[in-house]
Write a protein that binds this ligand. Structure first.
Ligand SMILES: Cc1cc2nc3c(=O)[nH]c(=O)nc-3n(C[C@H](O)[C@H](O)[C@H](O)COP(=O)(O)O)c2cc1C
Length: 192
């Protein structure tokens, strides 16, 4: 089953390492035949949250929000790529996520976390898991943590270490299983 899986990146720093992880996930998903558009806050330039998408009169939201809403409505799952800033979620990520709510509903998410150090951003991932559940896109049990991200992935997102391809396969097998299951279930309607 071909799926649409936006890859939401959560860092806007000029020297961000997160783009490596995001490019890696986009390539892995595309190799499986899925559409995996990158949602890049550095490109979107969303302001700090003023109005959520749904708070604009219909058809009057800024163009990037309309574009994202259309993408999320046709999405089957989300891959959320998070750094760890002070053991927590990067502000660009929570700001990007907060602009939407209902558009996430009834779709699973998968958390890819990373850091410069050895823990791979898992402390932020635990907080992100709670946030994604509240947004209505519960995360799958497995994480894909990437420790020492600058060493593990090239700037183009090519893995330098064998374990990463194996870990990504298991993670995406699980995410796509949930995505296919919920896609089938959504076709029969949702509770609200
Ligand atoms: C504001 C800030 C806070 C950070 N806090 C943590 C942290 O709590 N734990 C950690 O492992 N690394 C931390 N780091 C280091 C990051 O893992 C590393 O800089 C990583 O590349 C950040 O992702 P980015 O380059 O995509 O923004 C922090 C980095 C920044 C900029």
């Amino acid at each position: 089953m071909s799926l649409t899986v936006p890859v939401i990146l959560g860092s806007v720093r000029a020297d961000r390492a997160g783009i490596r992880a995001a490019r890696f996930l986009v390539a892995q998903l595309e190799a499986r035949g899925h559409a995996a558009p990158l949602v890049d806050p550095a490109e979107l330039q969303l302001p700090l949250l003023d109005r959520m998408y749904k708070e604009y009169p219909k058809g009057q939201a800024p163009e990037p929000l309309e574009r994202l809403a259309a993408l999320y409505r046709r999405a089957d799952a989300f891959v959320v790529v998070s750094a760890e800033y002070n053991h927590s979620i990067p502000p660009a990520l929570s700001n990007t996520l907060d602009h939407f709510l209902e558009e996430y509903f009834w779709r699973p998410s998968g958390i890819v976390c990373y850091s410069a150090g050895q823990y791979g951003g898992v402390r932020a991932a635990m907080q992100l898991r709670a946030m994604l559940a509240e947004l209505g896109t519960p995360s799958i049990p497995s994480l894909l943590p990437i420790p020492r991200v600058q060493k593990a992935l090239s700037e183009a997102g090519e893995p330098a270490e064998d374990w990463l391809g194996r870990a990504a396969k298991k993670f995406l097998d699980e995410l796509t299983w949930y995505a296919e299951a919920l896609k089938t279930q959504r076709a029969g309607g949702t509770p609200y």
